[in-house]
Design a binder for this molecule. Structure first.
Ligand code: DQA
Length: 139
């Protein structure tokens, strides 16, 4: 299987950003560990702070990947455009969050993208991504 891990805004700062919430490991470090867990799959990674680039990436991989593990970060709570991009493609998308967004501020309780995704995984730290990949593999 070929799977894209797609990260949204501010997730390039993982490891230094709000460590009490997001931990002290960079995503690059974690991604190396994640790839080792799935030696028979191709995992690709893309991060952008720009909404349109995230949408372009979703369009780009719709024919070349088998699924997307998406942490849209703050765009989760605001982006109808990302929701529409997910709805526009045929490959499955799993929504993931590092933190348990439901234990946090009320504006994080609403996801505009969940309804377009196969399912949602939140609150398991970086392990949320592994769970997302495993969920995709079982579809
Ligand atoms: C996040 C949760 C979002 O509310 C926040 O804006 C993020 C990260 C998470 O992974 O916990 O940037 O998606």
């Amino acid at each position: 299987m070929k799977i894209l891990i797609l990260n949204g805004p501010n997730l390039n700062l993982l490891g230094t950003r709000e460590k009490a919430i997001y931990g002290s490991e960079s995503f690059d470090q974690y991604f190396d560990e994640l790839k080792l867990l799935f030696p028979d799959s191709i995992l690709e990674y893309f991060q952008s702070n720009i909404e349109g680039e995230i949408i372009n990436k979703i369009h780009e991989v719709r024919m070349s990947c088998d699924g997307i593990v998406l942490n849209a970060a703050a765009y989760t709570h605001t982006s109808i455009a990302i929701r529409d991009a997910i709805s526009a493609i045929d490959i499955p998308v799993i929504e993931v969050h590092i933190s348990n967004v439901h234990q946090r501020e009320s504006f994080r309780h609403t996801s505009l993208i969940s309804a377009s995704c196969i399912g949602v995984i939140a609150g398991f730290g970086l392990d949320s991504y592994r769970l997302g990949v495993e969920a995709l593999m079982k579809i």
